[in-house]
Write a protein that binds this ligand. Structure first.
Ligand code: NAP
Length: 283
């Protein structure tokens, strides 16, 4: 029988741990605080922001939202980052991206204090992941997928793990995390030949393509473990993962649903990072 790997129990466990760490910081008169920087009023950003603020509130993490006009210049943003970097009350900074085209996003990536960079946009934080150093801030989505596998006891050591995504925000960093766990990762992408052959030979398949329900039974077998990170709308406008959940949820060994899978853990990882930032800054 297929085991469905829901994200909620994973997030709940992480939240309990976060609460304990916040309490420890409070005992030292320290309060973790997240500053969200939003340029403009994109409804998706606002809805994501609302979720983050509510979760922070539940966990005892202070928050602040700085809203900038869409005509804000790169210089103004750099000045803001300088102030936030210097502000001892701010533990984590989250900038909603992409920023408007006239703003130099690359310059902002280098301007954020790496120890306050909870979204892992500073190149030094990514470089650390590639050096197998996970002691500082790490990218949230790959870490969420790793936490789901850890929670459900997915064995990684010595296993063949196929990652279908080669982006710098997901496929590459998760491959480094998998190496740390002594797995043997294979990175696939849109030019990979015979993808179904590669996925069928894997012990674990981690997909993040953004092509709703495009992978059916021919890509997997009864022993497949599928970690589905993709979130997109199919031709009927229905949100789903890359794997065809309806077709696979009584066929493979394990599968994460979409929604209610990896995505439910990602925001919690972000909050975990805010607390981690506060711990790092006050070592
Ligand atoms: P991206 O940069 O567009 O990456 C998509 C990857 O999938 C690319 O490496 C692409 O290959 C590959 N791909 C696309 N079509 C393919 C095909 N037919 N066969 C094989 N590989 C294919 O996207 P992203 O920003 O990494 O996000 C990927 C997905 O993750 C999206 O659905 C996004 O919504 C989701 N996401 C989820 C969370 C979460 O918390 N669950 C968080 C962030 C993002 P090429 O490199 O060759 O183009």
């Amino acid at each position: 029988m297929t085991e469905i790997l829901y994200g909620k129990p994973v997030a709940d466990k992480l939240k309990e741990e976060i609460k304990e760490r916040v309490a420890k910081l409070n005992e030292r008169n320290l309060e973790p605080k997240l500053t969200v920087v939003r340029i403009g009023n994109n409804p998706n950003d606002i809805s994501y922001e609302r979720g983050i603020l509510k979760n922070c509130d539940n966990l005892g993490i202070k928050t602040e939202v700085i809203e900038k006009d869409t005509d804000t210049t790169t210089e103004e943003m750099l000045k803001l980052f300088e102030e936030l970097n210097a502000n001892k009350e701010v533990s984590g900074i989250l900038l909603f991206r992409p920023v408007p085209k006239h703003i130099d996003e690359e310059a902002l990536r280098y301007a954020i204090d790496p120890d306050k960079d909870v979204d892992c946009m500073h190149p030094i934080n990514l470089a650390r992941v590639f050096e197998s150093d996970f002691s500082k801030l790490v990218p949230a989505t790959p870490m969420a997928a790793m936490k789901v596998m850890e929670y459900y006891g997915v064995e990684l050591e010595g296993k063949n793990v196929v990652v279908v995504n080669r982006s710098l925000v997901f496929g590459r960093p998760i491959s480094m995390m998998l190496l740390k766990e002594n797995a043997t990762p294979t990175i696939c992408h849109s030019r990979t030949a015979e993808l179904s052959k590669v996925t069928n030979e894997a012990d674990v398949v981690i997909v993040a393509m953004g092509r709703a329900r495009s992978l059916g039974k021919e890509y997997f077998n009864e022993n497949s473990i599928i970690i589905d990170v993709g979130v997109s709308a199919d031709k009927d406008g229905k949100i789903g993962g890359d794997a065809d959940f309806d077709e696979l949820s009584d066929y493979v060994k394990m599968i994460t649903p979409v929604p209610r899978g990896v995505g439910s853990v990602t925001t919690t990882i972000l909050l975990d990072q805010v607390v981690k930032a506060c711990e790092i800054l006050n070592k």
